[in-house]
Design a binder for this molecule. Structure first.
Ligand SMILES: CC(C)(COP(=O)(O)OP(=O)(O)OC[C@H]1O[C@@H](n2cnc3c(N)ncnc32)[C@H](O)[C@@H]1OP(=O)(O)O)[C@@H](O)C(=O)NCCC(=O)NCCS
Length: 298
């Protein structure tokens, strides 16, 4: 058997690399007694394409006997290195392919001068072991929360808008500035990607200033950011109302750090799904004021 070879992913290999992601994450779900989430021929997520476009030097695959058997993707945003995706084919796990892939992804962060390492992790012990050994400690769970139309109606009532506050369409520049404040670094290119991917945005304005915003793609809410937890809740509620229009449901991933948002959602009847974990070498920004877009771009 030939030695595994780690190399960068070429744009024309994105489909094949995505198959590894889908096979590995479906296998993980089945091992945990859940149904496989995605059909094996699911199209490449637009966020994964954006990751390769923004960080082509942080996207690697492990090739053995001419087949891609593992993949890793890391993003650098300011001083933050974020591990976006990390998957090895089920039959090849536990053979150190992950170790070799992660070494390259970590070296990419070092070369870019990143100071903080973080990721959104599954509870897979092999993944946990690799992350802990790379200096990332578990910080808090991230819950998937799903709300039906009735839960969204309760959330809207709960969030209530003060007469001094108004719900408006969101100015991209103001969202960029607020994101930079709470995340610790601007995400202008990511925000532009989400808008080009069909995101609709709502803003909460207070005294002529942006107090919070939330992006929504179809039923999925995030990213969202606020100057305080009340404003964040209002923006998320406004986006949820727009997303559940016509009696549908909405979904989002809420870090445990967003304690008051989490409490409001669960109290209003949003249902908690499987937890994942936020892991980081150290804390940064204002994590209680940022609702991530999803696992791939955070
Ligand atoms: C996570 C993943 C990419 C790692 O790749 P891999 O090739 O299986 O990992 P490796 O063989 O390089 O490393 C696994 C490590 O976990 C350790 N390990 C395994 N089970 C363990 C446990 N219960 N406790 C502690 N360490 C454990 C192994 O000893 C090994 O460490 P070592 O190299 O120091 O001996 C792969 O297992 C995978 O695809 N898992 C399913 C999908 C997933 O959860 N991905 C993470 C997304 S956030």
């Amino acid at each position: 058997m030939s030695e595994p070879h780690i190399r960068k992913v070429r744009p024309d290999e994105l489909e094949e690399v995505w198959r590894v992601h889908v096979a590995s994450s479906n296998d993980l779900l089945v091992r945990r007694g859940r149904p496989a989430a995605r059909p094996t021929d699911a199209p490449v997520a637009s966020d994964a394409r954006a990751g390769l476009a923004s960080d082509p030097d942080g996207y690697f695959c492990a090739v053995e006997e001419g087949q891609i058997r593992g993949m890793v993707s890391a993003l650098v945003r300011g001083r933050v290195w974020y591990l976006s995706m990390f998957f090895v084919l089920p039959g090849d796990q536990g053979r150190s392919l992950g170790r070799a892939l992660l070494e390259r992804a970590l070296a990419y962060g070092e070369a870019r001068g990143a100071e903080i390492r973080c990721t959104w992790a599954t509870l897979d012990p092999r993944a946990q072991a690799r992350y802990v050994m790379a200096g990332m400690a578990p910080r808090w769970p991230i819950y998937r929360l799903d709300g039906d139309a009735a839960a969204v109606t309760r959330l809207k009532a709960r969030a209530g808008l003060d007469p001094r506050e108004r719900e408006l369409p969101c100015d991209p520049g103001a969202a960029e500035k607020l994101t930079a404040e709470v995340f610790g670094h601007g995400r202008a290119d990511d925000l532009a990607h989400w808008r080009s991917d069909g995101a609709a945005a709502v803003a909460i304005e207070r005294g002529g200033e942006l107090a919070a915003f939330a992006y929504r793609r179809g039923q999925r809410i995030g990213p969202a950011a606020g100057r305080d937890e009340t404003a964040l809740l209002q923006a998320v509620a406004a986006a949820a109302v727009a997303g559940a229009g016509g009696g549908g449901s909405v979904t989002m991933r809420v870090p445990g750090a967003c304690a008051s948002l989490l409490e409001a959602l669960v109290s209003c009847g949003f249902r908690i799904g499987d937890p994942t974990l936020f892991m980081a070498s150290r804390l940064f920004g204002r994590p209680e004021l940022y609702l991530p877009s999803g696992p791939i771009l955070y």
